[in-house]
Design a protein around this ligand. Structure first.
Ligand SMILES: Nc1ncnc2c1ncn2[C@@H]1O[C@H](COP(=O)(O)OP(=O)(O)O)[C@@H](O)[C@H]1O
Ligand SMILES: [Mg+2]
Length: 234
């Protein structure tokens, strides 16, 4: 459903991504793993229209999306959970969720979607009237995922959702990602936390210094000497 082909991205004259190609198939979980500064956030920003490609092409559901504005891409069914969730801290949990339904077609269905989100994340219902500022790191991530669900996405892109969370919370969070996927939503997950990201992935890509250096089934990664030494500490 998402096809990225031969993507080059520049910040001014500095190139951040080189010839990146990737696929996310319908209802699958694809993980993009790589160290800090590898270019993971850059890739997600490009897919959602925040960065213009220097060259290459991107398609979602058979339609070209490179060159479209971010809100058009959201309306097509792509949602983006940025690093650290970034809630509107002076708004309540419920108000933050409602903001997520802003793309027009989702607005009419927001009440029923909200019930679905509260069903998935009971803690958000319990905290509905609290300011987002009062939430823990893990709760903020759930809020960010809940907010992205409010737009009824077909593809959800998550940028390092486990960053800064305690190990128990990380486990919990990855269970929620699986639950999103079981709702029929495709996932493009970007992570430094390679082990968990591979555990839930149907397929994965390794991004190193702006280039894809490995792609395939997670077993290929778990059995790869370079990955084991450099990323898994085995
Ligand atoms: N806004 C920016 N302007 C200039 N360079 C940037 C900008 N954002 C990221 N970069 C550079 O692009 C490279 C990839 O960064 P990023 O995509 O944030 O990596 P990751 O998310 O994998 O940590 C890094 O070298 C980073 O310094
Ligand atoms: Mg990043």
């Amino acid at each position: 459903m998402l096809k990225v082909d031969h993507l080059d991205i520049f910040y001014g004259k500095t190139q951040a991504l080189w010839d990146v190609s990737l696929r996310v198939e319908e209802k699958k979980i694809v993980s993009m793993v790589g160290a800090n500064e590898a270019g993971k956030t850059t890739l997600l920003n490009a897919v959602c229209g925040l960065l213009r490609p220097g060259s290459g092409s991107m398609e979602f559901m058979g339609r070209r999306i490179d060159g479209l504005a971010p809100d058009n891409i959201v309306q097509m069914g792509v949602s983006y959970v940025p690093e650290s969730g970034k809630p509107f801290v002076e708004m309540t949990v419920a108000e933050n969720l409602e903001m997520g339904a802003y793309p027009n077609p989702s607005w009419k269905r927001r009440k029923e979607t909200l019930e679905r989100v509260y069903g998935l994340f009971p803690v958000l219902r319990a905290r509905a009237k609290q300011l987002a500022r009062t939430l823990s790191g893990g709760e903020r991530q759930m809020l960010a995922m809940g907010r992205s669900l409010m737009a009824n996405p077909r593809l959800c892109m998550l940028d390092e959702p486990s960053y800064g969370l305690a190990p128990l919370m990380v486990k919990e969070l990855f269970k929620f990602i699986l639950m999103l996927n079981q709702q029929g939503i495709s996932i493009l997950l970007v992570e430094q936390n390679i082990y968990h990201a591979l555990e839930i992935a149907d397929r994965a890509y390794l991004l190193e210094n702006g280039r894809i250096t490995l792609e395939g089934h997670r077993d290929l990664f778990l059995n790869n000497d370079h990955v084991r030494k450099a990323y898994l500490g085995l």
